[in-house]
Design a protein around this ligand. Structure first.
Ligand code: IMP
Ligand code: MG
Length: 196
């Protein structure tokens, strides 16, 4: 029994060691919290007297949305969509699928779409197109991260917390093959090499 416990401890320790040494911190949870506070103040001003609906794009926006909505002090409704293009492909983008549009009631409302990261723009521009047919009063976008990549569109999200270099990032909602979403900050793999 004692030997099994020791072996289990060693396995766990080597696992933690491996995770720590395959990634580097780019943005800490404290830096994220400070930016969210600033952005929420701006949103509280910009949406005063409006019919705000915060629309979370699952799954990546889960952490930023849950922190942001606790700093919004004006009335708002919370809705969600599920959009995916990476899936289990890891770092390779695939075809965009959007789920949850049918049940959305947003006619006449001021929509603030919250998403994790803006890369090519396909996801957010695809979501905006689908929402427009439901006649919202306005649509704006809020991004945790904007990646520095060449893109075909000149569209820039309305609220941006951080501009980052062109690296694959994980944590605070963002995944690699559906893992790492629970890391408290934004991380990148060392030398951009994923561990699996
Ligand atoms: P876009 O459609 O190319 O703008 O990419 C946006 C979506 O791709 C995001 O909502 C993420 O789900 C995913 N994505 C893009 N870059 C990363 C990354 O560095 N890490 C994790 N997911 C990413
Ligand atoms: Mg996403």
């Amino acid at each position: 029994m004692k030997r099994i416990l020791i072996l289990m401890f060693l396995a766990l320790a080597s696992c933690c060691f491996a995770i720590e040494h395959t990634m580097e911190l780019l943005i800490s949870s404290e830096e994220i919290a400070a930016k969210i506070n600033e952005a929420a103040e701006q949103i509280n001003t910009d949406y005063q007297g409006k019919n705000l609906t915060v629309l979370m794009v699952m799954k990546g926006a889960i952490c930023v949305t849950s922190d942001l909505i606790r700093k919004i002090t004006i009335p708002f409704q919370l809705e969600y969509l599920k959009a995916s293009s990476y899936g289990n492909n890891g770092m390779v983008g695939g075809e965009l699928t959007i789920l949850g549009l049918d049940r959305l009631q947003i006619e006449g409302r001021d929509i603030l779409i919250v998403d994790d990261i803006y890369e090519t723009g396909n996801t957010i521009l695809g979501v905006i197109e689908k929402l427009k047919v439901k006649n919202p009063k306005s649509i704006k976008t809020f991004m945790l991260l904007v990646k520095d990549v060449p893109r075909k569109t000149i569209y820039r999200p309305d609220y941006v917390l951080f501009d980052i270099p062109n690296r694959f990032v994980i944590g605070y909602g963002l995944d690699y093959k559906e893992y790492y979403r629970g890391l408290p900050g934004i991380f990148a793999f060392i030398d951009d090499k994923p561990p699996f």
